[in-house]
Design a binder for this molecule. Structure first.
Ligand SMILES: [Zn+2]
Length: 175
């Protein structure tokens, strides 16, 4: 009887381990998929130029779609240091956090890092300068440029047009 009991018990424990193991792995797979969906498998927002013109203000259209630059020291977020998130004004995805914003004195909002997988870097040789252009990964809107003179530890300065961003204060983040 005793032996039988132990055997049964072992089988029971093995079965439980197997089931919980599967459930645990499934959870892992599910969470990996959801992270991937958010960060890697996002489909780009595609609009025609006339659709963009309808959606954006003329200022936003000029900066986001025609790669314009707002005049230095004129942007609404240049000296703005509230806690919250900066969103792409073209499509609304989160691109920068207030924690990485600092006063670089350059005349445009500056950030030491971008939210992972939110922006794209492209070599830009326009106007006889060698710069790296920053665009929104979701809608390809022009945001600004990134330079190697930022504060440590990242050492980079994302120099971003205020026009390319909307601000979501921290207390509204849960919406
Ligand atoms: Zn965007």
């Amino acid at each position: 009887m005793k032996i039988h009991f132990i055997k049964r018990n072992r089988i029971f424990i093995k079965t439980v381990t197997l089931i919980t193991g599967i459930a645990f792995n499934q959870n892992l797979i599910d969470s990996e998929i959801s992270v991937k969906n958010e960060n890697y498998k996002r489909e780009k927002m595609k609009k025609t130029e006339s659709e963009w013109k309808k959606k954006l203000s003329s200022e936003e259209y000029h900066v986001l779609r025609e790669k314009g630059t707002e005049r230095a020291f004129t942007g609404v977020y240049d000296k703005h240091f509230e806690e919250g998130l900066y969103l792409c004004s073209g499509c609304g995805i989160k691109i920068f956090e207030s924690e990485s914003k600092y006063d670089s004195g350059c005349g445009w909002p500056a950030f030491s890092e971008a939210i992972p997988q939110a922006v794209e870097e492209t070599q830009d040789n326009s106007f006889g300068m060698k710069r790296i252009e920053i665009t929104c990964k979701n809608c390809d809107g022009h945001l600004g440029h990134v330079f190697n003179d930022g504060p440590k530890p990242s050492g980079v300065r994302y120099c971003i047009n205020s026009v390319s961003m909307d601000f979501l204060p921290k207390n509204d983040n849960k919406k």
